[in-house]
Write a protein that binds this ligand. Structure first.
Ligand code: B12
Length: 217
């Protein structure tokens, strides 16, 4: 798939988001994307993710309102739900990943996308979504005993919550492998070393590559 096609698709998708046109946004992803052979991971990363980043820029620079950002993001949520049933999955690799946003963290779309990528790679994924209180995260980890715990954090002011979660999980299950990611790591380089937890990449594709290396699957 050439870059120009993906850029054009992203621009059209962004216009549909800004117009609040859910049907057109889905039509673009399906008719102009999937049915023309654009792989689902490219729709995720090159169309939806990049459109979301652009929505962030437009909001930050006051070109769109909070309501318009919400409208646009709701469309991307719908798009991910719709694409979910079209994910091409590798055979199950027998490993379970529990993926969660830390307490207070409301940005869950990226973590959700990361969950979909892990699923495509054959992992069994438990995705807890946004703002999971640390105490409940620990209970869930103890209850489900995943092979890997992945924590997502976007806002740097949620790093203390990440730290708290890492400490609490370590106290309870010292041998459980943990990884961290999300935009906060772009803004605070080196944070992972400070936490003593590996950073598994800046997007969902890198996360999957690292997880596969870790388990040799
Ligand atoms: C949508 C959005 C929201 C929505 C989120 C809704 C939802 N259901 O997710 C809402 C309205 C809740 C929101 C709130 C806020 N937001 Co906001 N938001 C965004 C926006 C526009 C898009 C986020 C998104 O969907 N990204 C697309 C996904 C696919 O990308 P991603 O998150 O980077 O995820 C990828 C990687 O990070 C990685 N990844 C994610 N998790 C993990 C985990 C692991 C282990 C690994 C390895 C990888 C990984 O893989 C993902 C897929 O490739 C961003 C702009 C941006 N640049 O992202 C601003 C942005 C993040 N928000 C911002 C701000 C300021 C806020 C608020 C403080 C606003 C306010 N005043 O209230 C609040 C904070 C809320 C909170 N308590 O957490 C700023 C942050 C700036 C900064 N440097 O601090 C941004 C950058 C906008 C901007 N340009 O100013 N926001």
């Amino acid at each position: 798939m050439n870059t120009d096609t993906l850029v054009a698709l992203r621009d059209s998708y962004l216009s549909a988001q800004l117009a609040g046109n859910r049907r057109e946004a889905l039509r673009l992803l399906v008719d102009e994307g999937l049915l023309r052979g654009v792989p689902v991971p490219s729709l995720h990363l090159e169309v939806i993710q990049k459109a979301q980043w652009e929505i962030g820029r437009l909001w930050q620079e006051n070109h769109i309102s909070v309501a318009q950002e919400h409208l646009a993001t709701a469309i991307s949520q719908l798009a991910l739900s719709h694409l979910y049933r079209h994910l091409q999955r590798d055979p199950p690799n027998g490993r379970t990943v529990l993926l969660s946003c830390v307490e207070g963290e409301l940005h869950e779309l990226g973590a959700r996308m990361a969950s979909d990528f892990l699923e495509m790679a054959g992992f069994d994924v438990r995705f807890l979504g946004a703002n999971v209180p640390t105490e409940h995260l620990v209970r869930e980890v103890v209850g489900t005993r995943p092979d890997l715990l992945a924590l997502s954090v976007t806002m740097t002011y949620h790093v203390p919550a990440l730290r708290k979660a890492v400490v609490a999980v370590r106290e309870t299950l010292p041998l459980l492998p943990m990884v961290v990611g999300g935009l906060a790591f772009t803004w605070m380089p080196g944070l992972e070393a400070d936490l003593g937890v590996p950073f598994f990449g800046k997007d969902a594709r890198e996360l999957v590559a690292a997880a596969c290396r870790m388990f040799e699957v």
